[in-house]
Design a protein around this ligand. Structure first.
Ligand code: GLU
Length: 493
């Protein structure tokens, strides 16, 4: 029976790379009817925090990854690691090391100075029995080191194929530090054995740790799991994905208005593609299609455009009722109560969403587009105002159009178009002058759905009222100019 685990260290936010590890483990478990274990690797007490653990769990839940066992907290298992290390000493697979860090540093420097490669020199392995006993009696601080055997360690990585290292190139690494804290190698192997993990699926950065861990499994006489190391994710510049490339924490994508299923698809398709067709897969489809054997060795490149594409596609394909549920918190953030519109205006709202969603890549953008239809407080984009609302002729053109519109009884797109075009003709101006001006006046921005649809959806009363916003809209230009002047003044100081 497949048993896999995801084992994040809560020393930072959960980022895209770690989420891909979690996701592949989860997909594999769900596909095989196996068990997905969550383990929090918080042995580094000074760098781990409960708050970060909480955000990691929150991120997993947001993407829709549920676990079957855990979270197991390593910080609650220190005694297990200590006992395990002592057991290896008893088995002759590990030994006590009393060397002080300063002594080791000095010997390392000496070795390096003589042009040799340093690895722990087994000083304490060679201590005479009596000396060792004396040190133990005195209570001298002691670490426990693994006794590296000779020979080779080999394994078949499910992604990278056969990997082989000469053990003589590895040192007698520390299992338990002299302060009683385990190192990563010890805790990870003790826990994976205890959780009966069958497949270790994790990032490439752990590939060099694997031989040491395999040797530990052998020392404990435990059955070996299979290993699959996922290739490193690169940024668009083909360097390791990092903060330099912008947001990489999972929750930051939620906070920018991405839908969990879009993000799920995006991350799942880093290193693995379900089929030739570019589309959104449901979680169930992904589970059915997933294959550990088809993960590519090459490093995937993180492409934000793809995420935006997936997100807007999902926004446009989703049933409107579901989209409304997703939108609720975004509208609430703007002080807009969706419920007030759900009663008799439900159909209007659905039509409105249909109208604006083709232009929205995120829930945030969608909420921004919807806001001017609900609220009378329009936020004006200075650039749009500058481009389309500053012409002084608008001061007489707009009131005339307003008068025309007042007379329209059935406020429908077709009729409104006729009225606007005939006013333009009478004034000898292009219809576009009115169209652009109205879009900015009504929506605060220069891009949006077809203006006649917008007028119809806005309704007569709101549309007419917004004609009076011209002066207010123009004020944003003054504000921007003031800010610029202030900046220039302070630059000149
Ligand atoms: N805690 C390790 C990390 O966050 C993962 C250890 C493992 O998967 O073996 O990188």
């Amino acid at each position: 029976m497949v048993r896999v685990r995801f084992a994040p260290s809560p020393t930072g936010q959960l980022h895209v790379g770690a989420l891909r590890t979690a996701l592949f483990n989860w997909l594999f478990a769900r596909q095989t009817g196996g068990t997905f274990v969550l383990r929090i690797e918080d042995t580094d007490v000074s760098r781990s925090s409960e708050e970060l653990t909480r955000t990691i769990l929150e991120a997993l839940k947001w993407v829709g990854l549920d676990w079957d066992e855990g979270p197991i907290y390593q910080s609650q298992r220190f005694e297990n690691y200590r006992q395990a290390a002592r057991r290896l000493v008893e088995l002759g697979q590990a030994y006590y090391c009393f060397c002080l860090p300063e002594e080791i540093d000095r010997r390392r420097e000496e070795t390096k100075a003589s042009g040799q490669h340093w690895k722990y020199d087994r000083h304490c392995l060679r201590l005479p029995e009596s000396r060792r006993n004396k040190l133990v009696e005195k209570g001298a601080p002691a670490a426990i080191r693994f006794l590296m055997p000779g020979g080779k360690t080999e394994f078949d990585d499910l992604i990278h194929g056969r990997i082989s290292v000469e053990n003589k190139n590895l040192e007698d690494f520390v299992l338990l530090r002299s302060d009683g804290f385990p190192t990563y190698h010890l805790s990870v192997v003790v826990d994976d054995i205890e959780s009966r993990i069958t497949h270790v699926i994790r990032g490439d950065d752990h590939i060099t740790n694997t031989p040491k861990q395999i040797l530990l499994y052998k020392a404990f006489q435990a059955e070996l799991p299979k290993f699959a190391h996922l290739p490193l994710i690169l940024g668009p510049d083909r360097k390791k994905l990092s903060k330099r490339h912008g947001h990489t924490s999972v929750l930051s994508f939620r906070d920018q208005g991405y839908l969990p299923l879009a993000f799920f698809n995006f991350v799942a398709q880093l290193s693995w593609s379900p089929g030739r067709e570019e589309r959104i897969y449901s979680r169930e489809e992904m589970i059915a299609e997933f294959s550990l054997g088809h993960i590519s060795k090459g490093s995937p490149v993180f492409d934000l455009n793809k995420l935006q594409w997936l997100n807007s596609r999902l926004i446009n394909e989703m049933p409107v009722s579901e989209l409304m549920t997703e939108l609720r918190p975004w509208l609430e953030k703007k002080g807009l109560e969706l419920d007030a519109w759900l009663g008799e205006r439900k159909d209007w709202l659905a039509r409105l969403i249909e109208m604006v969603r083709p232009r929205s890549r995120t829930l945030a953008e969608l909420a921004d587009m919807l806001a001017p239809f609900f609220s009378d407080r329009v936020s004006y984009d200075p650039e749009a105002v500058q481009k389309y609302l500053m012409d002084t002729s608008l001061e007489h053109l707009l009131p005339r159009l307003k008068e025309d519109l007042k007379k329209v009884e059935a406020f429908k797109a077709d009729e409104l178009e006729k009225v606007l075009r005939s006013r333009a003709e009478k004034e000898g101006v292009k219809a576009a002058v009115f169209i652009h001006a109205l879009r900015v006046l009504l929506l605060g921005r220069s891009v949006g759905p077809g203006i006649f649809e917008v007028l119809e959806m806005m309704g007569k009363e709101k549309t007419l009222a917004r004609f009076d916003n011209l002066a207010e809209a123009r004020k944003v230009i003054e504000k921007v100019t003031e800010v610029k002047n202030e900046r220039n003044d302070s630059d000149n100081l």
